[in-house]
Design a protein around this ligand. Sequence first.
Ligand code: FAD
Length: 298
Amino acid sequence: MTEIFENYEIKNESTFKIGGKVKKIAFPSSIDDLVNLLNSNEYDIVLGGCSNVLFSSGYINKNIIITKNINEFKIEDDRIYVSCGTKGPLVSKSVMDKTLSGFEFLIGFPGTFGGMITMNASAHNQSISDCFVCADVFDKYTKKILKLKKNDMNFSYRNSVLKDKRYIVISAEFKLNRGNKEQINEIMKRNIEFRKKHQPSLSFGNAGSIFKNPTNDSAGRLLDLCEMKGVCEGGAKVFDKHANFILNFNNATSTDVLTLMYKMYSKVREKYTIELKPEIIFIEGDNIQENKLWEIMN
Ligand SMILES: Cc1cc2nc3c(=O)[nH]c(=O)nc-3n(C[C@H](O)[C@H](O)[C@H](O)COP(=O)(O)OP(=O)(O)OC[C@H]3O[C@@H](n4cnc5c(N)ncnc54)[C@H](O)[C@@H]3O)c2cc1C
């Protein structure tokens, strides 16, 4: 069954806890429901965990599908079959129980497989592309479902063929490596400890890293050298322990976040002549000022 809402208050769907009203939103609960929605041609955007997006706090005149209720997966031997809305941490724990290695990095962040494949999510020297075999995708041009193999995906840093929005991930297959349960558990513990020490928890809204790392450098390092840690704009604040995170620490709006991002971007550009590119995705609303800021940074 698909739940559909109009004029929907979106902020609690996003890990940033920011956002205004969306014209129409659909929560399909099965792959058939999702395909029906996609066939209808009515929808502009497909999202999963909304953990890499900033929704405008203005009115969002778009129809959006959120796949988080399509969340089945199965493990057969060393193969994992996941539907698009399945979240990473649950799968990473289940594969550990089957002594399978390759998903240890998924323990620490709230993305769905649809979003993680699109963004080629990575951390701790592992990435979603490492063990990827293929995905069933809906082709918005031909309205057909096809299988994309690893070679078709053009995976690179935070990028894949899916980012041009022609294909929507429905489900995917991965092949993991046989490992040792204690070792896998140890790596996962280490990953969690690292995050606790260096990155914000979700007790304050955030969307993970704000900017992509420039080639051979780190956005966090450059922003730190520009003394951005702790800088605030309205209810948004650069995280004290890592300058590439913005926290929604006091009812921040999207304008607060974008203005702060622009400050971060400008400082690095002035000091190092490097133009940082956003890693997060902005879902535009009716605020022209915000849309202009976003355009400058892209
Ligand atoms: C606390 C925290 C820590 C994080 N740490 C990391 C990290 O270490 N490494 C990392 O890579 N990311 C990290 N992230 C960012 C985020 O979790 C990842 O980018 C993740 O891949 C996004 O998944 P999602 O389902 O939330 O995608 P969404 O935010 O919902 O969407 C992201 C993009 O994917 C597209 N998309 C979503 N589903 C589909 C689909 N089925 N088909 C086609 N396109 C789709 C959307 O249109 C959008 O363009 C972190 C985020 C948070 C909040």
